[in-house]
Ligand binder design. Sequence first.
Ligand code: B12
Length: 422
Amino acid sequence: MRPSRQLALTGLLVFSLIPSQLCQMHGVNETNFWHIKPLINTMLNSKYTERFQDANVLLTFRLVGIKSQRLEQQLSGQIKEDINSREMDLTSGQLALDILALGACENQDREFIHGAHLVSKLGVKFQAEIQNMEAHGGSPLTNYYQLSLALLALCLFNGSYSITSVTYYFTPENKNYYFEDQFSVDTGAMAVLALTCVRRDTQKKMTASTKRKISGYVASLANKIQAEGNQGLLGNIFSTGEAMQALFVSSDYYKNERNCRETLHAVFDNISQGVFYMPIAAAQILSALMGKTYLDVISPSFKFNVSTEKPVTATPTTAPLNILVKYSVRINKTSHTEVTVRKGSVFLDVMKAAQEKNETLFRFTVEETSWGPFVTSVQGISASSKDRTYWKLLSNGQPLTQGAGSHVVQNGDNLEVRWSKY
Ligand code: B12
């Protein structure tokens, strides 16, 4: 960014930053704004040729008040086109995110939500999730992160949902907050935001005891999130943004300046290492860093203009050295191989190299998603939401915190895809 433009942008931000809730002294301000600049650049400079990342990015742009008319028009256009073409196929969480993104601005996008009856359609999808849980031992069609997104959007945009279902299905002990016995911080955080909205919902007639119950859920989930705290992060780096939002609205955690400093230090450090190079990852952390939560969607934000940066040209990779890694597929028994790939390769390159060596043992399929390629099948065995099965990715025995398209492998790594249940 050229110095003059940087100054202009910083100047505008000074007036717009409202880290009103917590982290007041240590949130992003004019002196440390440069830390978050890479996030804004990532979001501004991405191509958005695929539809997947639009809603998260548009939502954050609007929530924190970044006004880039060109991009807003492009993203909202893509979202509306997508809704028009495959509304029935959208999952509850996808439609909820679309509503949050479109509804985060008081313009014709809100009319689109209204005209296309998106909120009542979301109500139907939410109800279908509940019915699925009733019929299939408590498992939703998608997952609790999406169920929470749906509840949040319904609550913010006056949709219909049953308080009885909410108090029954969102108890903190529910198995859906966990993947293989591990509390999912992202999921818990989204539920805290949704339940906080429900507790504040003045449209709903709620008894004092129901209110207390929901407050109890929120407090318990917030405690579980805090229990996953580790050197400033909550869960891992990619869950920290949404966890921050949840703790902003539900606990005193960030009233403690030390906690706040620790989180910001860890997050800024990761930003400087380029960890948030995906627009969705940048979008999910930026709102919290600017003191905003998804509950602020319905209150308009101060706007400031930014001009689009020239895309940063990728630095050419250095000499193409080869590295040797082990790769295995584990179902009941394990199939091993060793492959040579270029230095700087990602997990997916290893999977491709193994597939070329032995198609029968190592064939696989992926599906493009907002986080990149999701491994859907290996050896012809497909992941299934219904059976709560998936292909887990591991390196040296540890689950990856990034996907197959992002995780860079190192010489000598022991990589594995493992048939797992969550
Ligand atoms: C639910 C969930 C899962 C479920 C998805 C299946 C289901 N029935 O719901 C399960 C448990 C299978 C899962 C698996 C994994 N997940 Co996951 N998951 C989530 C979670 C909590 C919500 C996703 C969601 O529903 N979003 C909302 C809907 C509307 O958006 P969507 O794009 O339609 O959602 C789909 C994709 O997100 C996809 N998906 C889910 N996880 C991942 C991970 C990757 C890398 C990809 C490419 C796609 C993908 O499944 C969703 C449902 O179809 C997110 C949290 C978050 N902050 O987003 C983490 C999250 C996306 N997952 C993550 C990771 C790391 C994984 C794994 C790589 C873990 C592992 N070591 O194996 C695997 C994926 C392996 C593979 N096969 O490719 C990270 C991604 C970080 C990154 N920078 O890439 C996140 C952000 C969690 C975190 N904080 O670490 N996940």
